[in-house]
Design a protein around this ligand. Structure first.
Ligand code: NDP
Length: 329
């Protein structure tokens, strides 16, 4: 059974020297345990943070340990009465072909509601991030202008569609003409191609009356452009800052933070795991919209097995994905 271990901590962008492909015995379940044959590994920007030896919301992955990853698969052997052979499950199984589990933090997936891939995307952690970030942190209201970055990605594409479904005016930012066209098809009111540059001018043109909610997935220059374009009482939900995750030195801070004062605005970070108790509410809301054809759940599935993990992870930073990025095992 193959697995990917952390060989050494990367400086900047991870590369081949960061990882070690290894072979382990297929585990046997002991009492209370079961074995999952992993089918899909989730690629998450947060993984880059888990490689740094720094104080964070979760300990870093240790050198020599299997890389931490959300994943989904099928139970193939079980001595746990709550999980039967054939069950579809998701959990933090790691970048490996077979995972041993005691059921802690494992969710059973109803494949009658949605395919496994969607349970890692719009109905999984990214979808919950979108829902609670928009509802609880952004507090988007009908009629308001919502700006969302990495809008064609896993979290962003759900944010954009939830905001549309709420009756907001939605401006998305994505990289490249294909993603721009896709977001227009989804019904966004304005789409900005970040690769065309001059973000400040583009955001101001798209939001002449100002931005009420900025759902920030990327940080950096776009955060400054959003700060420079706020409406009075605006909320900025700090979800992530992927544009900075591979930086070797800290970037300059948001230069325009005084806009928070001028526009009586608020900027707040959040972590989806704090909303675990409320996942059923988020899943119900998003699955209802999917059933009503008002929200499209999209995934980009890369081939290559666990050996393809190092390249697949970099795909997030190169923007290869539309919707949720997954690796097929
Ligand atoms: P995505 O599916 O959005 O993939 C990442 C996307 O980021 C790429 O497709 C690319 O899209 C964009 N991107 C990459 N590099 C840059 C750059 N330098 N500048 C601007 N955009 C860039 O990933 P997720 O939806 O999984 O995650 C989105 C964000 O949400 C991340 O910041 C992540 O850390 C955060 N997150 C936070 C959680 C929380 O609890 N707070 C939970 C889950 C995710 P394009 O080229 O189209 O711009």
């Amino acid at each position: 059974s193959q697995e990917v271990r952390l060989a050494q901590r990367p400086q900047g962008r991870p590369d081949a020297s960061t990882w070690q492909l290894a072979t382990a015995e297929v585990p046997e379940p002991g009492p209370g345990e079961f074995v999952v044959r992993v089918e899909l590994v989730s690629l998450d920007p947060a993984m880059r943070g888990w490689l740094n030896d720094a104080r964070s919301y979760i300990p870093p992955v240790g050198i020599g340990e299997v890389m931490r990853a959300f994943a989904a698969g099928e139970v193939v052997a079980s001595q746990n009465e709550d999980f039967a052979v054939g069950d579809a499950v998701s959990g933090t199984f790691g970048v490996r072909e077979h995972a041993l589990s005691d059921g802690e933090g494992v969710t059973k997936l109803d494949l009658g509601v949605a395919p496994m891939a969607t349970w890692l995307g719009a109905l999984g952690m990214p979808g919950m991030t979108a829902y609670f970030g928009l509802e609880d942190v952004g507090r988007a209201q009908p009629g308001e202008t919502v700006l969302v970055s990495a809008a064609a990605g896993a979290v962003g594409s759900v944010v954009a569609q939830l905001a549309k479904a709420k009756g907001c005016r939605v401006i998305g930012v994505a990289g490249g003409p294909d993603k721009v066209a896709w977001l227009r098809e989804l019904g966004l009111d304005e789409v900005i191609d970040r690769k065309e540059g001059d973000l400040l001018r583009q955001v101001r043109r798209a939001a002449p009356d100002g931005v009420d909610v900025y759902f920030d997935n990327v940080g950096g220059e776009l955060l400054d452009a959003a700060l420079a374009s706020l409406a009075r009482g605006a909320r900025i939900a700090i979800c992530g800052a992927i544009s900075t995750y591979n930086d070797e030195t800290l970037a300059e801070g948001p230069r325009r933070y005084m806009a928070l004062l001028v526009f009586r605005a608020r900027m707040q970070g959040f972590l989806v795991m704090d909303y675990l108790d409320r996942y059923p509410e988020g899943i119900a809301a998003i699955s209802r919209l999917i059933q009503q054809d008002r929200l499209v759940a999209t995934e980009t599935v890369l081939e290559g097995g666990v050996a393809g993990f190092p390249d697949a992870l970099l795909g997030l930073f190169d923007g290869v994905n539309t919707g949720k990025l997954l690796l097929k095992v």
